[in-house]
Design a protein around this ligand. Structure first.
Ligand code: CU
Length: 108
């Protein structure tokens, strides 16, 4: 009698386990997918580049950023000496690329 009820308990547990695992697995997968797409998402950063003064500077800066991320969207605004970059690259990588190209910069 004890054995029978015990077996029944085990059987019920067994019947539940795959269902739970499946839904938990799907949740984990969805969270992972969310994290993944967040990491891949392009972020827009704005940098102050005080030494930028003409179209040539804008060209050099755009080229330096595209060397880090060829798909980066670069918007140079000469009057305000700011550069808006939409990229999957990290801010420090873009900032360093500009510094290496001769343009010290700070976050705007
Ligand atoms: Cu210039």
């Amino acid at each position: 009698m004890y054995e029978a009820s015990h077996a029944g308990k085990v059987k019920r547990k067994k019947g539940c386990a795959p269902l739970d695992l499946a839904s938990v697995g799907t949740l984990i997968y969805r969270e992972a997918e969310k994290t993944f797409s967040a990491e891949m998402e392009n972020l827009t950063m704005k940098l102050n580049v005080p030494d930028m003064s003409c179209g040539h500077c804008a060209g050099v800066i755009t080229k330096a950023i595209r060397a880090v991320d060829p798909t980066a969207d670069v918007k140079v605004d000469l009057p305000s000496k700011t550069v808006e970059v939409t990229t999957a690259a990290q801010v420090p990588s873009i900032s360093k690329a500009l510094l290496d190209a001769g343009y010290p910069n700070t976050a705007a």
